[in-house]
Design a protein around this ligand. Structure first.
Ligand SMILES: *Cc1c(COP(=O)(O)O)cnc(C)c1O
Length: 452
C-alpha cells in the first residue's frame, strides 16, 4: 500500500531508451500482450481506421468481445423461455448476481458475503449513507475531498440537508496546501483530529478522479475509525485500477461503478461493499429498532432473505451480508457484461495487472518529463499533477500542459488519440494495463509533445 518511495516497489522499472524500438520490445515481452485481443478498441479515422490510442479507460472502459454473446445469451433465453428463464435459463436470472460475488470480492479484497452488485454508484452511496450516516446534533459532519467528483459532493450535501443540517457547515472539504495538487496524508489525519467528535463520516474517492491521487486507505481508515467515525470509500477510480483489501483495512462501506476500469459498458450495474461486522441480517438488520445497533436501511424484496423472498409476506428480514442492501431485482442485460468483465479480471489477477500498470504509467511519465536534447524545452511544458510516487497513484496521469487549451484535444484526436481534457489545460490519460500497449504510450507521448 501507499509507501513513500519508488524504490520500495519491487521491480519498479527504470527507463533510459526513448526509441520506438524500445516500446515495441516491451510489448513483445509483456505477459499481458494477449489480453488486448479480448477487447475491441475503438477505431480512429485519423490513423487509417486502426485501433485508436485509447486512454479513457478511466471514463468508459473498452468493450470486451465476449460481452455481445453474453447479452445475446440472455436475450435468447428470454425469447425461448420467458419468465421461466428466472429458474431455467442457461444462467438462471434469480441467482444471477451471485455469479459476480466471488470475483468481485477478490477484486476489492473482501469476503464474498461483503460484496453485492446492484444499482448505480451514486444510488449505492445514498443507500449506504442511509445506513451509515446517522447524524446527531453533536456528530454530523462529513469529510470529502475539495475536488470530489460532483456527484459525491451533491450526495453528501443532500444527505446532510435531508437531516436538517446546513450543508456549508456539515461538509468539510479537504484542500491541498497552497501550490500543491495532492493532499498529504498527515494533513488529512490532522483535519480529522481538528473536527474530532463532530465528524460522523469520512467519504473519499480512493483514487481521486481529477488528480489520480490514491489515498493511503489503511492509514486514513484506521485513524478515523479510532475516533468513532464511519469510513466509506468511493472506488469509482480504484476498482480494477489498484489492489484493494477492504476487509483487512476495516473499511465500513464502499461503492464503485463498473463502466470505468471494469469495462462493463455505459451505466453498468455498480458494486457495494459492507464490512461483515455490519451485515448481520435478520428483521432488525443488526440490532433492535430502539438499540444503537439498529441498522437503518431502505428495504426491498431483493434484499429479503432469499429463503423467504417468494413467500411474499409483508415483513422484511434482511439477507445476511451485503445482499441485504439490495432493493430490486437486477437488470440482467446490464449485469451480463459485469459478469464477463469480472471473469477477465479473475483470469489475470490484480497483482499481474498492477505490475504492468506501474511499468506503463512510469514509462509515460518518463517519456513526458525526460530531457530531450533535440527539444530541450518540451518537458518543461508538462506538469504532472498526479503524485510522482507510484505508490500514491493508479494508472492515470493528469498532465497540465503549459500554453495549451482545449484545442489540444482535437489536435490529439487528429493523431488518433482518445483522451480526456479538463479546463483549463489538463489532459487525463489512463494507460490501463489490460489493453494498452507500450507502443500506444510511446505514440501518445510523441503526439502530446508535438501537438502544441
Ligand atoms: C464516475 C464517478 C461517479 C459517477 O456516478 P454514477 O452514479 O455512476 O453516474 C461518481 N463518483 C465518482 C467519484 C466517479 O468517479
Amino acid at each position: 500500500m501507499p509507501s513513500p518511495s519508488l524504490s520500495s516497489i519491487p521491480g519498479a522499472p527504470k527507463f533510459a531508451d526513448p526509441s520506438e524500438a524500445f516500446a515495441l520490445r516491451q510489448d513483445e515481452q509483456d505477459v499481458l500482450r494477449h489480453a488486448r485481443e479480448l477487447f475491441t478498441i475503438p477505431r480512429s479515422p485519423a490513423n487509417g481506421h486502426q485501433d485508436a490510442i485509447y486512454l479513457t479507460g478511466n471514463s468508459l472502459g473498452a468493450m470486451p468481445k465476449s460481452v455481445r454473446p453474453a447479452i445475446e445469451q440472455e436475450l435468447a433465453d428470454w425469447e425461448r423461455l420467458g419468465v421461466e428463464a428466472h429458474m431455467h435459463g442457461k444462467n438462471p436470472w434469480v441467482p444471477y448476481h451471485e455469479a459476480c460475488r466471488e470475483p468481485a470480492s477478490r477484486l476489492v479484497g473482501a469476503l464474498p458475503s461483503e460484496v453485492v452488485l446492484m444499482n448505480s454508484l451514486t444510488v449505492n452511496l445514498h443507500l449506504l449513507m442511509v445506513s451509515f450516516y446517522r447524524p446527531t446534533t453533536e456528530r454530523f459532519k462529513i469529510v470529502i475531498e475539495d475536488t470530489a467528483f460532483p456527484s459525491d459532493s451533491y450526495a453528501v450535501q443532500s444527505q446532510a440537508a435531508f437531516y436538517g443540517f446546513d450543508a456549508s457547515a456539515a461538509i468539510i472539504r479537504l484542500k491541498p496546501r497552497e501550490g500543491e495538487t495532492a493532499l498529504r496524508t498527515d494533513d488529512i489525519l490532522a483535519s480529522i483530529d481538528r473536527e474530532g467528535p463532530s465528524l460522523a463520516l469520512v467519504l473519499l474517492g480512493a483514487v481521486n478522479y481529477l488528480t489520480g491521487q490514491w489515498f493511503d486507505m489503511p492509514r486514513i481508515t484506521a485513524h478515523a475509525r479510532s475516533k468513532g467515525i464511519i469510513v466509506g470509500w468511493d472506488l469509482a477510480h480504484a476498482a480494477g485500477n489498484v489492489p484493494l483489501s477492504l476487509h483487512d483495512w476495516n473499511v465500513d462501506f464502499a461503492a464503485w461503478c463498473s463502466y470505468k476500469y471494469l469495462n462493463s459498458g455505459p451505466g453498468a450495474v455498480a458494486g457495494a461493499f459492507v464490512h461483515e461486522r455490519h451485515g448481520g441480517g435478520g428483521a432488525r438488520g443488526g440490532g433492535a429498532i430502539d438499540s444503537p445497533d439498529y441498522l437503518h436501511r431502505f428495504a426491498g424484496w431483493w434484499g429479503n432473505d432469499p429463503a423467504a423472498r417468494f413467500k411474499m409476506g409483508p415483513d422484511f428480514a434482511a439477507a445476511p451480508g451485503a445482499d441485504g442492501w439490495q432493493i430490486s431485482n437486477p437488470p440482467i442485460f446490464s449485469l451480463a457484461p459485469v459478469r464477463v468483465s469480472l471473469g477477465i479480471f479473475d483470469r489475470f489477477g490484480m497483482p499481474t495487472l498492477r505490475a504492468k500498470s506501474l511499468a506503463l504509467t512510469g514509462y509515460l511519465e518518463w517519456l513526458l518529463t525526460r530531457h530531450d536534447p533535440d527539444n530541450p524545452t518540451a518537458s518543461s511544458r508538462f506538469t504532472i499533477l498526479t503524485p510522482r510516487d507510484p505508490a500514491q497513484r493508479g494508472c492515470q496521469l493528469s498532465i497540465a500542459v503549459q500554453g495549451c487549451g482545449r484545442e489540444m484535444l482535437s489536435k490529439l484526436h487528429a493523431r488518433g488519440v482518445i483522451c480526456d481534457f479538463r479546463e483549463p489545460n489538463v489532459v487525463r490519460a489512463a494507460p490501463v494495463p489490460l489493453y494498452t500497449s507500450f507502443h500506444d504510450v510511446w505514440r501518445f507521448a510523441q503526439a502530446l509533445r508535438s501537438c502544441c
